[in-house]
Design a protein around this ligand. Structure first.
Ligand code: GLU
Length: 543
């Protein structure tokens, strides 16, 4: 077979040669040890939590080594094309503080010298390399109907090995140049497939930076490199793009691990050096029965990163929580360095968790509560307002008009050595503090305690004083004693039967009358903010 002739026949209209391309992609000028990573999502129109998890690893590896983190949109499957994919992804990365060094906005700016950053704009590049492989006898055209739009190697593998290992029944691999010419004349579309040297038996070993040494069977599949629309498969584009664009660490989902042997053969055939790989674990969630399920948008709204925004989660908390999932020693470090910047954490992208990360709201909420508890009231107010501007517009007017009151509410039990940890997302603010905006309608009072409850409130009208916290509490104690409650806890513990309860019980009754709840932040602060008139009003509604 005259491979040169075949290549010219198949790729007569190629606009670029490999030599021309490689001149445009010089080696990056970076210091020793600097890593170039990329986030390479398919344009699905939203940012998946698992993708964000990978981007976080990418960002940290690149930035901490003085390298480059870039965004590449893998839009070779044009049926699934979503416009504005880059904007959606970039917005989220930027909001979370992970702006890539290089990216492209379709029809807009391109930042970086290693573009285009949309794969659909790199078609000529893939075609040039496909031609080179055909010329070198390392790839061949395939006219089978089956290859139409096929990007997976599974069917081809089944076909090749259906009747015993390496029994090569593939017709297209053995077409003569005359047959190929005839097919082309008939206007038949072709895909380009790798001419694999594998025998289906040999083993290869490689070191995955997350999983350690992995042994696998070497590739033996004549995988598709260009589909019959001459768009590349993921495998081919990965080898070419990551090489030309200078990626030296590829962080990708572990679902790509089985494709590693194929990638090795493609890189070798192209004469390229493979990057390091981190196959990062997918994120799972436990269902009600305790079974693990992959996080998916269909079942879990939190699979879409916009969920956290809509709910008003603190962005730093989301990142911090994911850091916990990536590096198991993060939690300890955070305990020892509660206020340190996250970039001070000695992150090691090559030592990411070997465990399956399980997404857990309880844990996320705790991390978020901790973070938000450290904000000043003013910071909280501005976070709350900016969340409302986006997702709760009906509250913006009130929040703006009542800035002072809202900030005071946010300040209850805040800016103290042990601040209260209750808010974990801004969407819960109005519900959490509903009693600050209207009288409660439900009261957490047990039926059996109603008599004592009403008695306390009836009396309290005469003891209500909100000048200072000390006077306020002193008055409660005087009343408590008069009504038969213990004001000394030790006495109460010794002979509980002698009392109706203790001062804490009295406070609980007052708290229920004011807030509807048994638990709330500092009662005195709440009552002071509501004002004596409103407090009295609420008490009178009960007794
Ligand atoms: N577009 C691929 C995906 O979304 C990228 C995998 C990779 O990062 O190499 O799964």
């Amino acid at each position: 077979m005259d491979n040169k002739k075949l290549a010219d026949l198949l790729f007569a209209d190629n606009k670029l040669t490999v030599e021309e391309i490689e001149k445009k992609y010089p080696k990056r000028n970076l210091k020793e040890g600097a890593y170039v990573t990329r986030f390479a999502p398919s344009p699905t129109g939203y940012m998946h939590l698992g993708g964000f998890f990978q981007a976080l690893i990418d960002f940290n590896i690149a930035k901490r080594s003085g390298g480059v983190f870039y965004l590449r949109i893998e839009d070779t499957d044009q049926k699934r094309e979503i416009s504005g994919a880059s904007e959606i992804i970039l917005n989220i990365l930027t909001e979370y503080g992970f702006l890539p060094d290089e990216y492209e906005l379709k029809g807009g700016v391109t930042v970086g010298e290693y573009g285009p950053y949309y794969q659909s704009e790199r078609k000529e590049i893939y075609k040039a390399y496909a031609k080179k492989l055909v010329e070198e006898g390392k790839a061949f055209p395939c006219f089978c109907k089956k290859t139409e739009g096929l990007s997976d190697v599974k069917e081809i593998r089944e076909k090749k090995f259906s009747s015993g290992i390496n029994e090569d029944k593939d017709i297209c691999r053995h077409l003569t140049i005359e047959q190929i010419e005839q097919n082309l004349k008939e206007g038949k579309k072709f895909a380009i497939r790798l001419k694999s040297n594998g025998n289906g038996v040999d083993k290869i070993k490689f070191v995955d930076c997350a999983k350690g040494e992995v042994e696998m069977t070497a590739n033996a599949v004549d995988a598709i490199l260009l589909k019959n629309d001459l768009m590349p498969t993921y495998h081919f584009a990965h080898a070419i793009d990551d090489t030309l664009m200078g990626t030296n660490v590829v962080v990708r989902g572990e679902e790509w691990l089985p494709s590693y042997p194929l990638h090795k053969e493609i890189f070798e055939n192209l004469g390229f050096k493979q990057p390091k790989y981190i196959h990062s674990p997918l994120i799972y969630k436990l269902n009600e029965k305790g079974n693990k399920n992959k996080i998916s948008k269909r079942k879990h709204p939190e699979a879409d990163m916009r969920f956290f925004d809509k709910e008003g989660y603190d962005k730093d908390a989301v990142v911090e929580y994911l850091m916990n999932l990536i590096n198991s020693n993060f939690e300890n470090w955070r305990k020892q360095n509660p206020t340190a910047d996250i970039m001070e954490f000695p992150f090691n992208g090559f030592k990411i968790t070997a465990n399956t990360p399980i997404f857990d709201f309880v844990k996320l909420n705790d991390v978020s509560k901790e973070k938000i508890s450290r904000y000043t009231a003013d910071e909280c107010y501005s976070e709350l307002l900016s969340w409302a501007r986006e997702y709760s517009t009906e509250n913006v007017e009130y929040l703006t008009k009542e800035k002072d009151y809202v900030t005071k509410i946010l300040n209850i039990d805040r800016e103290k050595p042990k601040p209260r940890k209750d808010i974990y997302k801004w969407s819960m603010f109005f519900e959490l503090f509903d009693y600050m905006f209207s009288k409660p309608s439900n009261f957490e009072i047990d039926e059996s305690e109603k008599k004592n409850y009403e008695e306390v409130l009836k009396n309290y009208k005469n003891y209500l004083k909100l000048d200072t916290k000390e006077n306020w509490f002193e008055n409660i104690k005087i009343m408590a004693e008069k009504l038969g409650y213990a004001t000394n806890n030790a006495d109460f513990k010794k002979e509980p039967e002698k009392y109706k309860g203790n001062t804490a019980k009295v406070c609980e009754y007052i708290r229920i009358a004011i807030t509807g709840r048994k638990n709330s932040p500092d009662l005195f602060e709440i009552m002071s903010l509501l004002g004596e008139k409103e407090v009295l009003d609420r008490i009178e509604k009960i007794a």
